[in-house]
Design a protein. Structure first.
Length: 341
């Protein structure tokens, strides 16, 4: 390796964009995931695989079998409201609603408890954990939301997916006006405000989510991201840790954790958090760029180049790809010059 130095300024700017732009994350994530575990109430292991159906807007999207231990996953899902349905002859039909929102978290974890048809469904099986006493469960909660509010929410999700942020804001505002406790709509509304740099409005929505549903990890991550933008790093760390305590497998949570560690000079911790982020969500392209930035700051140019190649192989059409290729070319020139003739 020659003595030529490469300035990390470009990737430092990418780091800021990656850590602070939730709408940018949405644009780059081609799909989210629902990862689930099926058990028999009150917590027994599943005896044989069952069929899990994914529905949206009244249409069947996919059908899969669980594995031998009751695990299943749906991947590559665009932002939307989905319904996970199990309708087996030996068990009561169950339906769980899951909102996929790559802004806050592109991976949603779900545990489903099946109740034999000849048994009474235990009351505690539908309770939401986390101290929110007036919500009964995801399915029951969705049913409590007035249909007009749910329709506005779905319109907002579609507008977000189409890049029409102002339209999405209007739909979410109508949804929360009709149903003030509709925390999924408030989370999305706050995220859109955040993308428009309307920080006070975003904060109000995220704080309202936590009041309604204290177990909602997304709201803590969103508030943590907001604090990061405001350079309130101690507060951001506290919020991100709260979110991770509620959703340890959040890719976005680990991304924020890595961003904060990097700013504090905790390079090993930052690298571990970003690697964990990519394990949980391989399509979070900006995590690769954040790692490149981290390696360049430490003059680990070979590893930076390797990470750039991984990024370009996985995301050749990414908006940052042209600039990333230029950076890679400049990193590869010294490596070529150092080879024996």
């Amino acid at each position: 390796m020659s003595g030529r130095r490469w300035s990390p300024l470009f990737f430092a700017l990418l780091w800021v964009a990656a850590a602070s732009s939730p709408r940018g994350l949405l644009a780059q994530a081609p799909g989210g995931s629902i990862i689930g575990q099926v058990r028999i109430a009150p917590g027994h292991e599943l005896k044989s695989p069952v069929i899990v159906t994914l529905e949206s807007r009244g249409a069947t999207i996919r059908m899969i079998y669980t594995d031998g231990e009751g695990r299943f996953s749906f991947n590559g899902l665009p932002a939307n409201l989905y319904h996970v349905v199990i309708n087996e002859k030996d068990y009561q039909r169950i339906e769980e609603s899951v909102a996929i929102d790559p802004i806050s978290s592109s991976t949603r974890l779900l545990t489903i408890y099946l109740v034999p048809r000849d048994a009474q469904k235990p009351e505690e099986s539908s309770a939401v954990k986390g101290g929110n006493t007036h919500l009964t469960g995801s399915t029951e909660y969705t049913q409590q939301i007035p249909r007009p509010a749910r329709k506005e929410y779905e319109k907002g999700v579609k507008s977000d997916r189409d890049g029409k942020t102002d339209d999405a804001v209007r739909h979410y505002q109508k949804a929360v006006a009709l149903a003030p406790d509709f925390y999924a709509a408030r989370n999305n509304l706050g995220s859109d405000f955040l993308s428009k740099s309307q920080f006070p409005e975003a904060q109000q929505q995220f704080e309202s989510v936590i009041k309604v549903n204290p177990s909602d990890a997304a709201a803590y991550f969103n508030l943590g991201n907001l604090s990061l933008l405001r350079r309130q790093y101690e507060q951001a760390e506290h919020l991100v840790e709260q979110g991770l305590s509620k959703q340890p497998d959040s890719a976005f949570g680990h991304f924020l954790r890595g961003s904060l560690d990097a700013r504090s000079g905790k390079n090993k911790e930052a690298e571990a958090a970003l690697r964990r982020c990519l394990e949980l969500d391989p399509v979070m392209s900006k995590a690769h760029l954040a790692l490149v930035n981290l390696y360049l700051q430490q003059k680990r140019n070979d590893e930076a180049a390797s990470e750039l190649r991984s990024f370009l192989k996985a995301f050749p059409e990414d908006p940052f790809a042209p600039r990333a290729r230029q950076v890679l070319e400049k990193l590869e020139v010294p490596a070529a010059e150092s080879k024996p003739q």
